[in-house]
Design a protein. Structure first.
Length: 93
Protein backbone atom coordinates (compact mmCIF):
# COMPACT_ATOMS: atom_id res chain seq x y z
CA UNK A 1 0.00 0.00 0.00
CA UNK A 2 2.84 2.39 0.76
CA UNK A 3 4.27 2.05 -2.76
CA UNK A 4 0.86 2.88 -4.20
CA UNK A 5 0.66 5.92 -1.92
CA UNK A 6 4.14 7.05 -2.98
CA UNK A 7 3.05 6.81 -6.62
CA UNK A 8 -0.08 8.82 -5.76
CA UNK A 9 2.10 11.53 -4.22
CA UNK A 10 4.15 11.73 -7.41
CA UNK A 11 0.91 12.37 -9.32
CA UNK A 12 -0.30 14.88 -6.74
CA UNK A 13 2.90 16.91 -7.06
CA UNK A 14 2.93 16.91 -10.88
CA UNK A 15 1.63 20.26 -12.20
CA UNK A 16 0.94 18.63 -15.59
CA UNK A 17 -1.87 16.59 -14.03
CA UNK A 18 -5.08 18.54 -13.67
CA UNK A 19 -7.10 15.77 -11.99
CA UNK A 20 -5.96 13.00 -9.66
CA UNK A 21 -8.54 10.41 -8.57
CA UNK A 22 -7.64 8.43 -5.47
CA UNK A 23 -10.27 5.72 -5.75
CA UNK A 24 -11.31 4.09 -2.44
CA UNK A 25 -8.61 5.94 -0.47
CA UNK A 26 -11.15 6.53 2.31
CA UNK A 27 -11.46 2.77 2.77
CA UNK A 28 -7.66 2.48 3.00
CA UNK A 29 -7.76 5.12 5.73
CA UNK A 30 -10.63 3.39 7.54
CA UNK A 31 -8.81 0.03 7.52
CA UNK A 32 -5.54 1.59 8.70
CA UNK A 33 -3.54 0.97 5.52
CA UNK A 34 -2.83 4.71 5.35
CA UNK A 35 -2.60 7.35 8.06
CA UNK A 36 -4.67 10.52 7.88
CA UNK A 37 -1.62 12.72 8.43
CA UNK A 38 0.22 11.23 5.46
CA UNK A 39 -2.81 11.67 3.20
CA UNK A 40 -3.29 15.29 4.27
CA UNK A 41 0.42 15.95 3.70
CA UNK A 42 0.20 14.36 0.24
CA UNK A 43 -2.77 16.56 -0.62
CA UNK A 44 -0.71 19.62 0.27
CA UNK A 45 1.69 18.69 -2.55
CA UNK A 46 -0.84 19.52 -5.23
CA UNK A 47 -0.31 22.62 -7.33
CA UNK A 48 -3.10 25.23 -7.23
CA UNK A 49 -4.83 24.09 -10.44
CA UNK A 50 -4.72 20.36 -9.70
CA UNK A 51 -8.03 18.87 -8.58
CA UNK A 52 -8.18 15.76 -6.42
CA UNK A 53 -11.14 13.41 -5.97
CA UNK A 54 -11.04 10.94 -3.09
CA UNK A 55 -13.61 8.17 -3.09
CA UNK A 56 -14.84 5.55 -0.67
CA UNK A 57 -17.07 5.37 2.35
CA UNK A 58 -16.17 6.38 5.85
CA UNK A 59 -13.91 9.38 5.29
CA UNK A 60 -12.43 10.45 8.62
CA UNK A 61 -13.61 13.75 10.12
CA UNK A 62 -10.14 15.32 9.70
CA UNK A 63 -10.31 14.74 5.97
CA UNK A 64 -13.87 16.04 5.70
CA UNK A 65 -12.81 19.24 7.46
CA UNK A 66 -10.12 19.87 4.84
CA UNK A 67 -12.27 19.06 1.80
CA UNK A 68 -13.74 21.70 -0.49
CA UNK A 69 -16.66 19.47 -1.49
CA UNK A 70 -18.14 16.43 0.24
CA UNK A 71 -20.83 14.24 -1.32
CA UNK A 72 -22.63 11.27 0.19
CA UNK A 73 -24.34 8.84 -2.16
CA UNK A 74 -27.34 6.72 -1.24
CA UNK A 75 -28.08 3.39 -2.88
CA UNK A 76 -31.44 3.40 -4.64
CA UNK A 77 -31.15 0.34 -6.86
CA UNK A 78 -28.31 -2.09 -7.62
CA UNK A 79 -28.21 -4.80 -10.30
CA UNK A 80 -26.53 -7.28 -7.93
CA UNK A 81 -29.63 -7.34 -5.74
CA UNK A 82 -32.58 -6.67 -8.02
CA UNK A 83 -31.40 -8.46 -11.16
CA UNK A 84 -28.94 -11.05 -9.84
CA UNK A 85 -26.08 -9.62 -11.95
CA UNK A 86 -22.67 -10.98 -10.90
CA UNK A 87 -19.54 -8.85 -10.43
CA UNK A 88 -17.77 -8.29 -13.75
CA UNK A 89 -14.03 -8.25 -14.45
CA UNK A 90 -12.92 -4.74 -15.32
CA UNK A 91 -15.98 -3.18 -13.69
CA UNK A 92 -16.22 -4.27 -10.05
CA UNK A 93 -12.78 -5.89 -9.79
Amino acid sequence: MQRAWERSCSYLGDAERKLVVLDEVNVALKLGYLELDQVLEGLRLRPPLTHVALTGRGAPPGLLEQADLVTEMRLVRHPFREQGVKAQAGIEF
